[in-house]
Design a protein around this ligand. Sequence first.
Ligand code: ATP
Ligand code: MG
Length: 560
Amino acid sequence: MSEPARNFIRARIDADLAEGRVSGVVTRFPPEPNGYLHIGHAKSICLNFGIARDYAGRCHLRFDDTNPIKEDTEYVESILEDVRWLGFDWGPHLYYASDYFEQLWTWAEALVLAGKAFVCDLSAEEVRRTRGTLTQPGTPSPYRDRSPSENLDLFRRMRAGEFPDGSRTLRAKIDMAASNLNLRDPVLYRVLRATHHRTGDAWCVYPTYDWAHGQSDAIEGITHSICTLEFEDHRPLYDWFLEQIGPAARPRQIEFARLNLTYTVMSKRMLLQLVREGHVSGWDDPRLPTVAGLRRRGYTPASLRAFADRIGVAKADSTVDIGLLESCIRDDLNPSVARAMCVHRPVRLVLVDWPEDRVEWIEAPWFPDEPGRMGSRRVPFGKVAWIEQDDFMEDPPRKYYRLAPGREVRLRWGCIVKCVDVVRDAVSGAVTEVHCTHDPTTFGALPADGRRVRGILHWVSAAHAVPATLRLYDRLFSVPNPASPPEGRTFLDLLDPGSLEVLQVWVEPSLAGCDPGTRWQFERRGYYVADSRDCRPGHLVFNRIVPLRDSWAKELARTA
Ligand code: ATP
Ligand code: MG
């Protein structure tokens, strides 16, 4: 394995170890089970588990399940599956913030008794209104000076269910004039009657993120609590709480910039809307940036880990070009997947000088550049083949090395053929058949006369071709930054209607029994995966993972 890239987080950890502030490294990945994981989470997973691995420490998986209204076991299950699939193992360290509810409660009571928290009767709206602004201090709550014993009584009655939802909160008593708004008497508990996916109806008060998070870190002995930049302003509060409860060793919060990607959205709210309103087929729609979607699209765990390594971590927000992700999967698949032939938009090529029933079975290696690897398959070559429509032009421009009247090309693995005639549709005039002669001396051999034939076409024998469905996935949105739509429009208006094109195609017969989940390079086209749900023998379905490098598009543009 290569040396992990240096970054400011590792530098901080190194310093903490050198100064003896910590003796080992414990990190955590803390998802809220309110949606499926996306590639931004994958970045955080690779970072946290990667650091734990490199420092011979450990990384906990902790569900941050403090908001029962939005959470569900479906999300818990999917998150477990996705983290495992990415290649990480939390061992016995699977935790839930809800497991700590009792401990959090006890600490909150201690804050109340110490005069550092109070029960407030203001509504959420009133709390917001009296919070002040960046330039103006907040207004202290009229309930701020309740005695500890009155607060304790009210707080216990909140838990006992005596007050309606939203009627009372427990707030820390810090400083309503603090320049950091997070320190202006933040809420620790709210009354909320909602069934929790783990604790059921045991509680009708739930802790806020701020109160639950750092304390959960402390309970688990986390040394470095790595989170995204939006929590930077919460750090003083994170530290304040820890000072009050006073654990022996305090976790250190370190922030990094979240991942943003072009041509997609990463907000859970937007992803949820896309799924709920049916703009995509589900959380694993191959166009989504969810881990489940990328998996179904055919991305490999290694390609996502390589992507996380390549983007690194930074302290300033930025947006990564989705092309970088695409190049990571190409780099991973190029050396590892077999080549096969698939004709996407077929036209018939007929060898006029080939006997009607003759079929040659040609030995063709799965890895043309390393013929010994993984062996080979036999490809039938007969009188009629399917070729791509755009591999033939009646009136080709210069530098078009494919088929045209009077021109020669090689059929991949087969021989050189020469176009001698075409057949047209009587009505539309479109070419329906390309007629060729063949040079039998060129099977597996260069022309004896030294003439140069540059074009090599993929093809499939028409008599043996197997039908398949191809789903050509493209970017889901038509603009680089759909999360910031222009005035008067929403991100939904920016969906690209051409993001999925379905083609009925022909593949070579050796793919007939291929297993769901197997990946191929269809020569000259791109990388594909047999769909994990819908592909079965007799009903082949392939998803396009990514087209080949843009050389193909460039070639077309040049010759057009
Ligand atoms: P929300 O909190 O709005 O539900 P979230 O995307 O922050 O959404 P969490 O489940 O809280 O979701 O995230 C779990 C962890 O993943 C957090 O530590 C968070 O900082 C990190 N994370 C989330 N989105 C990204 C991203 N785009 N890039 C890097 N890390 C991310
Ligand atoms: Mg979050």
